[in-house]
Design a protein around this ligand. Structure first.
Ligand SMILES: *Cc1c(COP(=O)(O)O)cnc(C)c1O
Length: 373
């Protein structure tokens, strides 16, 4: 028998969340961001759920090639552009749209002089200070890029540092709009947070990632309450043992949890080697939530490599074999992330390869964009 842990990727949830993004930004085209193996969901598994997108954004050439192999003919955007001169040929071969964020990348195109026409997204650093050209040089760089015979279209692009927090986007938007004033071309600005909360940033394209997977950009599920997002990944397991504790008994490595009264503790086949965060609190007053038999309870003690323990007080009928939900349907991944000092993004991306993963498929044949192979 395999260990009872498994994950499910819900294609209908992905399709639903893409629709939510469309409703948020009805006049924009959508780059569905599927970097990091579709935020841990698996590009192969996520693709059918997201194929109503207008394009896909990712990082690795391998991921782009996989998408072509899956039959995707539409736009594919390399969010960090190319990494070395040899990559220029692949842009042509696979018809990839590339971000151009540095002098080095521009020089690769100038030297390789491919035939083109290449679709380019020229990235401006408006304050994130990660990738992109300084606003003062942007126009000059744009002119150099436009002068290249291999460059077909140029979309203006930037990325927000605070679209999910009180600082907001105004300061970056002002820089962007000033630097692109009277330059022709479309723009692409909004991540999930700006797609959800900053309509001013909805230009020709938006680039949602995490919201497509049903998590909140802020890491607090309450912030997307009522938006209709559904969790695209669930992580499930079972109880493989039950212990009866007496007051004073402790649980797990480091004895971080001490029973104050007689209680039953369930042992779940899931640990940090499966991608469950070791930092999840199994002590204190904000412990990580877990569902046992559909009932919300809490983690107790330190998460170990292959197991974690839960308080069975609210679920007296639970026994070996009872189903456990670590996150997903009925338990927002954000809630687990919050109790672990991180965000849902990190948890989904860290789902371990050893966890067998199945797909809940789209069945409605008449949904737009998801028919076909
Ligand atoms: C990851 C990424 C996104 C998507 O961000 P979310 O917060 O997941 O919506 C958008 N644009 C760029 C350039 C990115 O790297």
């Amino acid at each position: 028998m395999p260990r009872p842990i498994h994950a499910v990727v819900h294609q209908p949830a992905l399709a639903n969340n893409l629709e939510v993004a469309r409703r948020c930004a009805p006049d924009s085209r959508i780059w569905a961001v599927i970097k990091a193996n579709a935020y841990g969901h698996g590009i192969r598994r996520a693709f059918a759920g997201l194929r109503a997108a207008d394009g896909f954004g990712l990082l690795d050439l391998d991921e782009a090639v996989l998408l072509r192999d899956l039959g995707w003919q539409g736009p594919v955007l390399l969010l960090e552009g190319i990494f070395q001169p040899q990559d220029v040929a692949l842009l042509e071969q696979y018809r990839l749209t590339t971000v151009l964020h540095s002098e080095e990348q521009l020089r690769m195109l100038e030297l390789a002089r491919p035939k083109g026409p290449l679709a380019v997204q020229l990235k401006m650093n408006t304050g994130m200070n990660r990738l992109g050209f300084h606003p003062d040089q942007y126009r000059t760089i744009w002119e150099r890029a436009r002068a290249l015979s291999c460059v077909g279209s140029i979309v203006h692009m930037t990325h927000f540092s605070d679209a999910d927090s009180p600082r907001g986007i105004e300061h970056q938007l002002a820089v962007f709009d000033a630097a692109t004033a009277n330059l022709p071309g479309e723009a692409s600005l909004a991540n999930s947070a700006a797609t959800l909360w900053h309509p001013k940033a909805h230009r020709a394209w938006v680039r949602p990632g995490v919201m497509l997977y049903g998590a909140a950009p802020t890491g607090r599920q309450a912030d997307v309450e009522g938006m209709g997002l559904q969790p695209a990944m669930s992580l499930q397991s079972e109880l493989i043992s039950v212990q009866d504790l007496q007051p004073g008994d402790t649980v797990g490595y480091g004895s971080l949890y001490t029973a104050e009264r007689p209680m039953r503790v369930g042992v779940v086949a899931c640990g940090y080697a499966d991608g469950y965060p070791r930092h999840a609190a199994g002590w204190g007053d904000k412990p990580a939530p877990v569902l046992v038999d559909g009932v919300r309870t809490r983690l107790v003690g330190r998460v170990s490599m292959d197991m974690l323990c839960v308080d069975l007080t609210p679920c007296p009928k639970a026994r070996v074999g009872s189903p456990v939900t670590l996150w997903g349907q009925g338990l927002p991944i954000d809630d687990v992330a919050e109790a672990s000092g991180t965000v849902g993004y990190e948890l989904m991306c860290a789902l371990a390869p050893r966890v067998p993963t199945t797909v809940a498929m789209l069945t409605a044949p008449d949904q737009p964009g998801n028919t076909g192979d």
